[in-house]
Ligand binder design. Sequence first.
Ligand SMILES: [Zn+2]
Ligand SMILES: [Zn+2]
Length: 387
Amino acid sequence: MRDSIFIFSEDQLKYKFNNNHPFNQLRLKLTLDLLEKINAISKEDIIPPRMASDEELQLVHDPHYVTAVKKAGNGELSEDMAESYGLGTEDTPIFPNMHEASSLLVGGTLTAVDYVMSGKVKHALNLGGGLHHGFRGKASGFCIYNDSSVAIKYIQQKYNAKVLYIDTDAHHGDGVQWAFYDEPDVCTFSIHETGRYLFPGTGNINERGQGKGYGYSFNIPVDAFTEDDSWLDAYRTSVKEIAEFFKPDVILTQNGADAHYLDPLTHLSATMRIYREIPKLAHEIAHQYCDGRWIAVGGGGYDIWRVVPRAWSLIWLEMTENNNCYGPLPADWLDAWQDKSPVKLPSEWDDPADLYDPIPRKAEITEKNAQTVEKALYPIRNKAGHE
Ligand SMILES: [Zn+2]
Ligand SMILES: [Zn+2]
């Protein structure tokens, strides 16, 4: 019996702002093709996404906002109205049928949820999802509907389960955090580049939740230029301690692949090493606490040629316990895509040791990040003083 499914259809590529926009779902095809070329996935593993219904979208989103997105996609929304919903901006331009394209990404994550929560499979991957900046009534940062937020509400209502959301995108997972900020049955964790110079500017250690949800929101803002060792230390330490504290029924991981050194939108200095380790620990936590229940979604990732296909393939390879991810990349994959790529494709699964020059402030950054972890985890390490 298969343990994992991969959600995909060509229609997911219709979530497309314009040809110059950094958000490019061609990365889904690049990833799937890489997996196919190493024989790591078969037709039976691939499940097409369904559309989310309006009712499902409205588990999180304001009905007026959903109406506005529909109108925008039909060319019927005035500029003023569009602006008030965060639509038609440089980050989140209007495109034809944007409601349908966005609903399909949400539906993909709901498909993943139903397979996992009904026990048909242990793990499910929807790389088309992960749009963590979408708000209740506003588009933001390339995100229209927030598939993770909708999926978490859906899990709560239909399956009555406690969800741990783990967000390793280089940007703060603000949309999901604020959607569950006052709820104690959803724990959100985000590790990201500090918002001092990076969108969306939030994700401070002291954003811990409010009311009954106080103590169930965790943020690790790491310094710009953070490298693998320091990043991994922060990730492993916090995810292990938070999982032990929260004891989730299911985990939902957002796997933005934009913390890599080559990513054009962020300033971290991670390599492929973190993309091996991220799913490994998630997988371990899922089996340790959740009887395997693990839903993984995509997210950011703007070097779609050199970074995202390898990083995202590693999630599927981890889910399916496949070790075929060392040494050279398959020649037929490189042949198929090199001509279309504006940059030279990598030849190996791992990055070369000399990917970038040594970071001068390494020791300082490492020390600062260790202190950030210490502060962020203080309440669960000192439960006596915490209600
Ligand atoms: Zn991002
Ligand atoms: Zn497993």
